[in-house]
Write a protein that binds this ligand. Structure first.
Ligand code: UD1
Ligand code: CA
Length: 459
């Protein structure tokens, strides 16, 4: 952004139709509060000042969104959009124009705002407007015979003829700050809603001979606001479909672009395929040729090239090595890393564990706080007993060890290189390298033993 600006985000309204105790602007879209989307967009314009006007819901908004680059201005009571902007005046740099955004309009693109700000320059008032098939409820843009904007009239104040106008005020506008202060100070609430309308600055500008113009967004959804859970769900789908389309355009194979949810950033290499129903959260990276099966949940993770995640796997703060195979129904918890070609199968849970290349835990196991060497095979039912109820301890399994099924490794404990644990071992002391260690009692067969027979009841 070349022109320096102030940004004021209006977020004091109550959002009655959300039917929620949470202030409307804190409701999440793609895992981030609506207001967070607006602020991130505003920040990309590198504003001189960024102010949020809050009110309804008390301090939850400033507490949740606090950041060093943000000013918060309380508006109480809420007497209209013009009154709201007036609460932010002390934070504005008078040398720069002021751009007004709404905390409940989350999907406006930075380019759209840049176009608007550029059109306004330092001395004009510019409004973002769109032509709607059904303009009901919005403020209408009233133009004169020459097509110049004269004022904005709210639905409730509009005449029958004015209600026919299909060009509407999105609410987003930018104007010189010194003039704005003057216009705001003269607002009256003599209108159908008894509010101080920000939109009345337009007529004030026209009467002073200040040029008023409009620019338009590329897409209508950029200007849609959230007033209800229905609208929130609609915008969530718009947002997700935009991300899915961008992935398809980048060459990612999506089984169904309508069935993917990204709540953060997903970066994919070449020839990545993603089946239906997956949820990606935080920062996720997927390497070339990797495939993600249906219904996986992946949060803050990196999936190596050629890796295969099979259905219903759950991966959080973990790294999956190249060509590794995970799932179906596997869980990688924070601090897990899998080496190349490692295999983690169904109902295996790993936490804070490094599994080296070619190691395997194919069925039903819990491996936590462990280092697992290369080519180690962990049998079904193996458990690292890493927790004594107070502290956590490490298990170390060196390269080429074989852990028999249903073993418990009571940490801290070490299994030496190439060691074998017999099935059912409860390991409480280190197992030496290269040897068989078994802890179970010897198997016996009792000669001449007979099954009990049912005694006949005498009645
Ligand atoms: C406003 C515009 C209307 C426009 C529409 C677009 C005015 C007078 N009207 O109408 O021209 O077509 O938005 O959606 O501006 N807010 C406050 N404090 C207040 C009142 C509102 O912070 O006292 C905030 C709300 O939280 C919301 C935004 O301002 O983010 C818009 O308020 P809302 O009541 O929805 O305005 P509309 O009547 O829809
Ligand atoms: Ca509204």
């Amino acid at each position: 952004m070349t022109l320096p600006i102030n940004v004021v985000v209006l977020a004091a309204g109550m959002g009655k139709r959300m039917k929620s105790d949470l202030p409307k602007v804190l409701h999440p879209l793609a895992g981030k509060p609506l207001l967070g989307h607006v602020l991130d967009c505003a920040r990309s314009l590198k504003p001189k000042s960024l102010t949020v006007v809050y009110g309804h819901g008390g301090n939850i908004v400033p507490e949740t969104m606090a950041a060093s680059d943000l000013h918060f201005a309380l508006q109480a009571p809420q007497l209209g959009t013009g009154h709201a902007v007036a609460q932010a005046l002390t934070h504005l740099d008078e040398a720069a124009p002021t751009l007004v955004l709404y905390g409940d309009v989350p999907l406006t693109k930075a380019e759209t705002l840049e176009k608007l700000v550029t059109a306004a320059g330092g001395d004009k008032l510019a409004i973002l407007t769109v032509l709607l098939q059904d303009p009901t409820g919005y403020g209408r843009i009233v133009r004169n015979a020459k097509g110049a904007i004269e004022r904005i009239v709210e639905q409730k104040d509009a005449s029958q003829a004015e209600r026919e106008i299909r060009e509407i005020n999105t609410g987003i506008l930018v104007m010189p700050t010194v003039a704005m202060k003057r216009w705001l100070s003269k607002l009256s609430n003599n209108n159908a809603q008894g509010e101080y309308y920000l939109t009345d600055v337009v007529a004030a500008a026209v009467s002073e001979g200040v040029e008023v113009l409009a620019t338009h967004p590329d897409a209508e959804w950029e200007t849609l606001g959230v007033n209800s859970k229905v609208q929130l769900a609609e915008l969530e789908r718009v947002y997700q479909l935009n991300l899915a389309t961008a992935l398809l355009e980048d060459g990612v194979m999506l089984a169904d672009p309508a069935r993917i949810d990204i709540r953060g950033h997903l970066r994919c290499g070449r020839d990545v395929s993603i089946d239906v129903g997956c949820v990606f959260e935080g920062e996720v990276t997927i390497g070339d040729g990797a495939s993600i099966g249906p219904y996986c949940v992946i949060r803050n993770a990196s999936i190596g090239a050629g890796a295969q995640l099979l259905a219903y796997s759950h991966i959080e703060q973990a790294t999956v090595g190249e060509q590794a195979r995970v799932g179906p129904f596997a869980r990688l918890r924070p601090g897990t890393s899998l080496g190349e070609h490692a295999h983690v199968g169904n109902f295996v849970e790993l936490k804070n564990t490094a599994m080296a290349a070619h190691a395997k835990a194919n069925h039903l196991a819990y491996v936590g706080d462990a280092q697992v060497g290369q080519r180690v095979n962990i049998g079904a039912g193996t458990i690292t007993c890493n927790y004594d109820g107070a502290n956590k301890y490490q298990t170390i399994i060196e390269d080429d060890a074989f852990i028999g099924s249903d073993s418990q490794l009571v940490a801290p404990v070490r299994v030496g290189k190439g060691a074998t644990l017999g099935a059912g071992t409860t390991l409480t002391k280190d197992a030496p390298a290269g040897m068989l260690t078994v802890s179970r009692s010897k198997q016996v067969t009792v000669e001449g033993w007979q099954r009990p027979v049912k005694t006949k009841k005498t009645s």
